[in-house]
Design a protein around this ligand. Structure first.
Ligand code: ASP
Length: 339
């Protein structure tokens, strides 16, 4: 029987609506079986742990991702898989961050949550939790875990964590992975996309638990005034900037903007260019309006999501001092985040 650790960090899934006041409050997740008696019928040995004080995912920072990673580091050899119950709002950031902090995984780390609390009759939480558990416990014919990466399970789809984004605040189908196929679909059976699963040659995971928070995100819009952003380009304050540019990586040919970018990069700052389109990729130099980025030394983030770009930059700047190494790793896939 597979052993799975469920870690409740916070979020709607673990809340119960008080029938009198109507307010949402956190349940003691150790009593989860009372709310989902079906769990007793799964052929899985489940252990639950919980953050002492559940954290709404909007309140989370890289410290909370490190807390999750440390639990997995401590328990890695004692379990076959991990289910992380997490608020949906920033779940894709957390899943992306964990995919960079724990590399060369041979076991599944499945994030899930829900749009409605588990105690509500129409909850999506039961199905999400039960199927996430089945995926975390699933082994192939050689006894190896089928999923060997960080993933997000939501509403019948399993996504690679660092390819996922939250796309709806009110639909049950709240997540998508526009630049990468679902890695499994749950129907009558769970259909794994074998050719799309991440595999490593290493037999031991690496835990790299540091992240820098000196990161900024600039989303361009027509007519933006660079003067408002001047402070961000101060190297003492900011180490890395993610730019969400137009289309395939384009920006206006604004001389002031170019001047700020160039001097920030010359003084040791890192700029990563991703597209604000929800699918497709950056191709720096395809248009005149993106050729400046190449000249200035801006790194193309190709088809990375915003969540992956930000957490990868945080992780790399927290881990490596050598800026050339950071730039090199930014432009290649280290956990399946770039096609
Ligand atoms: N605000 C909640 C959170 O992200 C929403 C949810 O769990 O869906 O923690």
């Amino acid at each position: 029987m597979s052993k799975v650790l469920v870690l409740y960090t916070g979020g709607t899934i673990g809340m119960i609506k008080d029938p009198e006041s109507g307010h949402l409050g956190s349940v003691d997740f150790n009593s989860v079986y009372e709310h989902i008696p079906e769990l007793n019928r799964l052929q899985i040995d489940i252990t639950t742990q919980s953050f002492k004080t559940p954290v709404d995912s909007s309140e989370m920072s890289s410290n909370d991702w490190t807390r999750i990673a440390k639990v997995i580091e401590r328990e890695y050899n004692h379990f076959d898989g991990f289910v992380i119950l997490h608020g949906t709002d920033t779940m894709s950031f957390a899943a992306s961050a964990l995919s960079f902090m724990i590399q060369d995984l041979r076991k599944p780390i499945i994030f899930t949550g829900s749009q409605l609390p588990i105690g509500v009759i129409r909850t999506d939480g039961k199905e999400n939790l039960i199927t996430a558990l089945e995926i975390a416990a699933a082994k192939d014919s050689n006894g190896e875990s089928i999923i060997q990466e960080v993933a997000v399970y939501f509403e019948y789809s399993l996504y690679r964590g660092n390819r996922s984004s939250k796309v709806s605040s009110n639909q049950f189908e709240a997540f998508q992975s526009p630049n990468y196929t679902e890695i499994a679909i749950a129907g009558v059976n769970i259909e794994y996309k074998w050719g799309s699963l991440l595999r490593t040659k290493s037999d031991k995971p690496t835990f790299l638990l540091k992240a820098s928070s000196n990161i900024a995100l600039i989303k361009l819009f027509p007519g933006f005034d660079i003067a408002i952003y001047k402070e961000l380009f101060t190297i003492n304050r900011t180490k890395g900037i993610v730019i969400e540019s137009f289309g395939s990586g384009n920006a206006p040919s604004n001389l002031d903007f170019q001047k700020h970018l160039s001097s920030f990069i010359k003084s040791g700052g890192i700029v990563l260019n991703i597209t604000q389109c929800s699918s497709g990729e950056v191709k720096q130099g395809a248009y005149k309006t993106s050729s400046f980025f190449n000249k200035a030394g801006v790194v193309s983030g190709r088809d990375m999501t915003t969540e992956a770009a930000i957490t990868k930059l945080m992780f790399l700047l927290g881990t490596y001092d050598d800026l050339d190494r950071v730039k090199e790793l930014l432009s290649i896939s280290i956990a399946g985040e770039i096609t």
